[in-house]
Design a protein around this ligand. Structure first.
Ligand code: SF4
Ligand code: SF4
Length: 113
């Protein structure tokens, strides 16, 4: 289920994300198999750059890489966890693309009144 979320960082709070050193990577595929959110993809026989908005910074790939080709880097902005479920809901809806996301936030605000 986690692997199907398009934006896992809406649900996690991590100040780090995984970075690949392409010079050290031997494309063994271990990190691709392990990543719980499917943030690591292959293309043309190589490993693609890990998108920071998908990587949840768990560090599994860093620990598992036999060639030390991965490391965790600090995000430019520290992540702060939402204080309430309402805050979490709003973040998720605001990050949804298109009119449905905006409509969700508007409906929620109306229901609060
Ligand atoms: S585990 Fe390390 S060497 Fe293997 S594909 Fe991932 S980054 Fe490359
Ligand atoms: S740190 Fe975790 S979420 Fe990020 S790429 Fe590595 S295994 Fe995937």
């Amino acid at each position: 289920m986690l692997r199907k979320l398009p934006h896992p960082m809406n649900f996690w709070t991590s100040t780090f994300f995984s970075v690949l050193d392409p010079l050290l990577c031997k494309v063994c595929g271990k990190c691709v198999e392990l990543c719980p959110v499917n943030a690591i993809k292959t293309k043309n026989g190589g490993i693609m750059k890990t998108p920071p908005d998908v990587c949840i910074g768990c560090g599994l790939c860093v620990e598992a890489c036999p060639f030390k080709a991965r490391y965790l880097e600090r995000r430019k902005k520290d992540m702060v966890p939402p204080k309430t479920f309402d805050d979490l809901y709003n973040t998720i809806m605001e990050n949804k693309k298109g009119p449905l996301g905006k409509l969700g936030v508007a409906v929620k605000m109306m229901l609060r009144v």
